[in-house]
Design a protein around this ligand. Structure first.
Ligand code: SF4
Length: 394
């Protein structure tokens, strides 16, 4: 690698996403990758168009494929999406399948092979990971996330995007750890930081074409920024993206801990940032609300170790229907449970998602990982029959 590239972060704003991508990449020398296999890892983990600010813009991927190929690399795109999402369908809906086909670039469902178990030496909580086997076949990984706020982890950028290299449902385990002695930070943040010690990108190419603010990673508001950010140091590149979002990276626990565990920092002194007046791009992003149900005093949510997919489903459901659902509930009140590990729940708590299935003999239960909001509504309004014995919607 050319030494002058290491401490450089480049931002391009205001062009089309393909041009922004070529512009930032043109500042780096990748000639050392000639003949090597390069994995382009987008955020294509959900069935959603880039227009919603949920998934990576396909033209950023197109720019990356075209640019890296100029250096004689063998490029491919791979993803392991969230539970319940078909990878190839996600590639289709995100538009990535189309641009890859036009370029004859391979697309991989990284869940297709059995995983490789990788131990994490000196891990604080995540002792090992199930890594998608395909990932280990590449020489160089480019993480290509979308700039988004995240209800659990503050932001999701190039470090967090690597969670999509963990095999199938094994990524859910990162949400399931109990509190860790000696850490004020949430177990999910410590787990991501642990993961980053053995699984981090070699290069960060951050798509800020259409970002997401508020209730990210999937229920927030799209925020067009027409921007791409790139750099070899993923922690510092994520830190620049945080600053642009108006967020102090030192207050994003998985980045703070990840940098610490990797013996680097989030500080930008000594880093060349192009353009030098990049701070003009800073725009405060709306942060995710701390409490899902502040606006709904008669709805109580019991949340234990849930992941963002169930939280997003529930949030979208509450945003859409709000208190209008209370007319279907006894006493005009509703208890809802999501996540795993609830020992006891009040009678008639609405249990949402497979993680709550241990309560299905006593409580109304809706299966899914996560269930969609129309199914939650059907159960509450009774338009779908519900058998209290096994709790499974018919
Ligand atoms: S049921 Fe919900 S909380 Fe549990 S793993 Fe699935 S999406 Fe996450």
């Amino acid at each position: 690698m050319i030494q002058s590239s290491i401490n450089k972060i480049v931002i391009s704003r205001g062009k089309e996403p393909y041009e922004n991508t070529l512009e930032v990449l043109s500042h780096f020398d990748f000639s050392f990758l000639k003949g090597k296999k390069v994995l382009l890892k987008p955020n294509a983990g959900r069935i959603a168009s880039y227009e919603k600010g949920i998934t990576t813009h396909p033209e950023v991927i197109a720019g990356a494929i075209d640019f890296f190929r100029k250096f004689g690399v063998i490029a491919a795109v791979g993803e392991s999406p969230i539970s319940g999402v078909n990878t190839m369908e996600a590639f289709d809906i995100t538009g990535i399948a189309k641009i890859a086909k036009e370029r004859n670039c391979p697309l991989f469902d990284m869940d297709a092979d059995k995983p490789i178990i990788k131990e994490i030496p000196n891990a604080k909580v995540l002792k090992s990971i199930k890594l998608c086997k395909k990932v280990s076949e590449f020489d160089f990984i480019v993480s290509i996330p979308v700039i988004k706020t995240h209800m659990h982890t503050g932001v999701t950028l190039s470090i967090k995007n690597m969670k999509g290299c963990l095999w199938a449902r094994s990524k859910v385990l990162l949400h399931m750890f109990p509190e860790i002695a000696g850490f004020e930070d949430k177990p999910i943040d410590v787990a991501i930081a642990d993961m980053s010690t053995i699984l981090k990108p070699d290069f960060a190419l951050i798509d800020g074409t259409i970002c997401m603010e508020g209730m990210g990673p999937s229920a927030g508001t799209a925020k067009p920024m027409n921007m791409v950010i790139a750099g070899f140091n993923p922690f510092k590149t994520d830190a620049v993206a945080c600053h642009i979002m108006g967020i102090d990276p030192e207050k994003v626990p998985h980045l703070k801990l990840g940098a610490q565990f990797n013996r680097t920092t989030l500080g930008l002194e000594g880093t060349e940032i192009i353009p030098s007046d990049w701070e003009k791009y800073i725009i405060q992003f709306a942060l995710p609300p701390k409490d899902l149900v502040l606006e709904y005093p008669n709805i109580t949510v019991f949340d234990k170790n849930s992941c963002s997919a169930c939280q997003s489903s529930l949030y979208l459901f509450l945003k859409q229907y709000g208190t209008s659902i209370l007319e279907y509930c006894q006493d005009g009140k509703l208890n809802i449970a999501i996540g795993k590990g609830h020992k006891t729940l009040p009678d008639n708590t609405l249990c949402i998602g497979n993680c709550t299935s241990s309560h299905k003999s006593k409580c109304p239960y809706i299966q899914g990982c996560p269930p969609v909001s129309s199914e939650i509504l059907s159960l509450i309004t009774g338009s779908r029959k519900f058998d209290i014995k096994d709790g499974t919607p018919e």
